[in-house]
Ligand binder design. Structure first.
Ligand SMILES: NC(=O)c1ccc[n+]([C@@H]2O[C@H](COP(=O)([O-])OP(=O)(O)OC[C@H]3O[C@@H](n4cnc5c(N)ncnc54)[C@H](OP(=O)(O)O)[C@@H]3O)[C@@H](O)[C@H]2O)c1
Length: 221
């Protein structure tokens, strides 16, 4: 990747199941990565684990707000129950940036599609026009992100945004991470991806997998 255009991506709440897998793939593709957490030490520990796995030293760990301030693009991977509270606390730090919201409001024990408005629409309303929110990665299983990171995942990401340019940036990120990606609608449509994640949980349970995902047919790019 050209040194002059290397983006810094902060993964807020990046210490859980989904965040480290995205970090692994993007760091492997040459992006600068900051892991965010409520506790800087926890973020640094997870960053160090990913650095060791990749044989690099560039991934940093910071407290969430510091991570958001230092990044060009922020990716929200806090647990779904903390979505609103986390957005309130990151609000100032996110101004002028793209926020990729991965939230799917689905209960693993009783997966059902959530109601409108989508989590990403709620995020956009809360953050206001200074932040461009993009919903993505809801249907990508965390387990699959961490495996065979040099290979394509053969899975597609549905990207939802009101802003076409922001959607294109996130499509590029998904592709850099080995996924296919399509701009599938505006932020209101993102509730469908949240609902699909309920379907994926059910499919994975019935067919005894941790890696079920979706693939779009019939489109050419
Ligand atoms: N897991 C998946 O396969 C998957 C796939 C697609 C999308 N997603 C979405 O990704 C998001 C994260 O999922 P996950 O499975 O990675 O969640 P998780 O592992 O349960 O939690 C992620 C992080 O949330 C932070 N957190 C917990 N309570 C918090 C609070 N009260 N305030 C702020 N941060 C808090 C924690 O970070 P610190 O303790 O370090 O602050 C934790 O490491 C969810 O919205 C989910 O819908 C998940």
């Amino acid at each position: 990747m050209d040194e002059a255009i290397i983006l810094t991506i902060a993964i807020l709440g990046g210490t859980g199941k989904a965040g480290p897998g995205l970090a692994l793939r993007w760091a492997n593709a040459g992006y600068r990565i900051i892991i965010g957490s409520r506790q800087a030490e926890k973020a640094q520990r997870i960053a160090q684990e990913i650095n060791e796995q990749l044989g690099i030293e560039s991934i940093q760990g910071m407290q969430n707000e510091e991570a958001a301030k230092a990044a060009n693009i922020c990716v929200l991977t806090v647990v779904q129950s903390a979505h609103k509270k986390a957005l309130h606390s990151f609000r100032e730090a996110l101004k002028g940036k793209i926020l990729v919201d991965t939230t799917a409001r689905v209960d693993f024990q009783d997966p059902k599609p959530p109601k409108q408005p989508s989590a990403a629409r709620m995020a956009q309303d809360l953050l206001g026009p200074d932040v461009r929110v993009v919903a993505a990665f809801q249907t990508i299983p965390a387990h699959a992100l961490r495996e065979n990171i040099n290979e394509s995942m053969n899975m597609d990401v549905l990207v939802f945004a009101d802003d076409d340019e922001a959607a294109d940036e996130v499509i590029m990120l998904a592709e850099a991470g080995g996924m296919g990606a399509y701009h599938a609608g505006d932020l209101d449509c993102a509730v469908v991806a949240e609902g699909l994640s309920a379907v994926m949980i059910e499919l994975n349970r019935r067919y005894k997998s941790k890696k079920g995902a979706i693939k779009i047919a019939g489109l050419e790019k």
